[in-house]
Design a protein around this ligand. Structure first.
Ligand code: HEC
Length: 138
């Protein structure tokens, strides 16, 4: 006697295969999509990071100790340029200050002491210092 199920049995693996493959494939696609999302998120955070990091003048004011000796002592503006023959930083454009510091660090600007100093600064330090100095005459 033929059981209907026995007759159909050979189809089960085929059906199973038919179901699982797309499902497995779908899962892989989902994982790939998820991974892409996280990657995209990571890129966003990395890209946006420096923008958030851009210049905190208060933080910058605490990092000027090694600059003021040459670029002028806070509150003693007459200390330069007469006494110190260095460029005035107070009131300078933030973008210009950052670009100059990066150029010293990279060696595109040659001044030895500024190269040494810029070499110790992180991008955050540069942004903070630039925000501080650009905020007015110092
Ligand atoms: C040892 C003295 C000295 C110290 C300390 C010093 N600087 Fe300078 N800085 C100079 C001199 C000199 C120049 C001009 C160099 C040149 O001709 O390229 C200069 C140039 C610069 C410039 C370019 C200005 C322009 O108009 O092109 C920036 C920006 C700057 N310094 C920022 C800083 C910051 C920020 C600090 C502290 C982290 C600092 N400096 C510490 C001596 C100093």
């Amino acid at each position: 006697m033929n059981f209907p199920g026995v007759d159909r049995a050979p189809f089960y693996p085929a059906q199973f295969k038919g179901f699982t493959q797309p499902v497995a494939g779908h899962k892989i696609i989902m994982i790939k999509k998820l991974a892409t999302s996280f990657l995209a998120l990571g890129i966003c955070v990395t890209t946006v990071g420096p923008v958030w990091a851009a210049g905190d003048a208060t933080a910058g004011s605490k990092k000027t100790r090694m600059c003021q000796g040459c670029h002028g002592i806070e509150g003693f503006r007459t200390a330069y340029p007469e006494v110190y023959s260095v460029p005035r930083l107070g009131g300078q454009q933030a973008g210009y200050i950052v670009a100059a510091l990066k150029a010293y660090k990279a060696g595109d600007r040659q001044h030895p002491s500024m190269r040494a100093i810029a070499g110790t600064l992180s991008e955050q330090d540069m942004a903070d210092l630039a925000a501080y100095y650009s905020s007015g005459p110092k």
